[in-house]
Design a protein around this ligand. Structure first.
Ligand code: MRU
Length: 349
């Protein structure tokens, strides 16, 4: 049976609807967003999160920003379009999907340049819908490829949430788990809680439990023990940006999981749509890593757990060097080995 999914980002009658992921698992609530400022805030505050979902939200958010842009000439329209796109681009720095989606919208605007501006606005709405629809197909395809690496009965460890709500549907790292379930396989998932914002505890477990998938929540510090016990046969994570040499940025803690996987001889797979691959970024050292407010660590979820005034380092992502990545699973297939050579081939043809 096909898995039923809640759509976490969509656009209806000029309104951007976003499942507020900060409220999961306690409340399932959709925000109705009508201004670009609120779209910016939803991305910044992780109400919508996960690289592909951020890209989709940015495309729709841009529609809100250009609603009242001048229609007298393309040049006047485009000045406003650029201003709004540049503003959205400041919301979060690491997931390249945000910039990818804004660039796609920009290319479409320029392509329609000779149309009346009202028509350009319609074309941009169509483009934003396409970005969402294509992501759904892309995720399903990633799932199919990833499934070829798994077997019935396996134990899989994942970090953060790269599931249906982080994308248009299915997710990236979680996509094969849904497809495995549809085939009747019994996969046992270990979900790292993912400090400090608990995407694993709050979102991954919530998603997988709804699909009837066997999931066990562990704290991040338990991953080593669970691997040592022989309960994990593969790690699959999503990612926010793949650099040209195959280094990958994903949620903070992913690098540690990759090191643990290596120490225990467990394959470490990264699921990434082409929209997450950034050939313009040479290596992981060049990926901008978002640093977030100290309060996420000292007062996470409303309770102070560290002394007032303590020094805090709170990067939201880390970089896993390509040597630790067993394979990158994309919608075009699985690549291994020399990423520098293999990644560009995905974009050919
Ligand atoms: O800060 P977040 O919750 O947006 O971080 C998300 C991740 O790190 C995900 O693993 C990544 O974006 C892939 S989502 C398919």
């Amino acid at each position: 049976m096909e898995t039923a999914f809640l759509q976490s980002v969509f656009f209806q009658n000029g309104i951007l609807k976003i499942l507020d992921q900060t409220k999961i698992p306690n409340v399932t609530e959709f925000l109705e967003i009508t201004t670009i400022e609120d779209a910016w805030d939803a991305i910044k505050q992780l109400k919508v999160r996960g690289a592909p979902a951020i890209g989709i939200a940015a495309a729709y958010g841009l529609l809100l920003g250009i609603k009242n842009a001048p229609e007298n000439s393309f040049d006047d329209f485009y000045i406003e379009f650029k201003k709004q796109a540049d503003y959205l681009a400041t919301s979060r720095p690491t997931a390249v999907n945000l910039f990818w989606a804004l660039k796609r919208m920009d290319e479409r605007a320029k392509m329609e340049k000779h149309q009346p501006v009202a028509k350009i606005k319609e074309a941009l709405e169509e483009e934003a819908h396409l970005i969402r629809q294509e992501d759904e197909e892309v995720c399903r395809s990633i799932g199919t490829h990833a499934l070829s690496l798994l077997k019935d009965g396996m134990g899989i460890l994942t970090h953060c949430n790269a599931g249906g709500i982080a994308t248009a549907r299915y997710g990236t790292a979680l996509a094969p788990l849904y497809l495995a379930k549809e085939k009747g396989w019994n996969i046992k998932v270990f979900a790292d809680e993912t400090r400090p914002l608990l995407q694993g505890a709050r979102l991954t477990t919530w998603e997988l439990m709804q699909a009837g998938i066997d999931v066990t929540l562990i704290t991040d510090s338990m991953a080593a023990m669970v691997m040592k016990k022989g309960w994990v046969q593969a790690v699959i994570v999503g990612c926010d940006r793949v650099a040209a040499n195959g280094d990958v940025a994903n949620k903070i803690g992913t690098y540690g999981v990759a090191l643990l996987a290596k120490a225990h001889n467990i394959p470490f797979y990264v699921a990434a749509p082409l929209s997450t691959i950034d050939l313009d970024t040479k290596s992981g050292d060049d990926i901008p890593i978002e640093e977030r407010d100290a309060s996420e660590i000292t007062e996470g979820f409303g309770k102070r757990t560290a002394p007032e005034g303590v020094k805090v380092f709170n990067p939201a992502f880390d970089v896993t060097p390509h040597e630790l990545v067993t394979a990158i699973i994309t919608e075009k297939g699985i690549i291994k080995g020399n990423y520098q050579e293999e990644l560009p081939k995905l974009f050919q043809g």
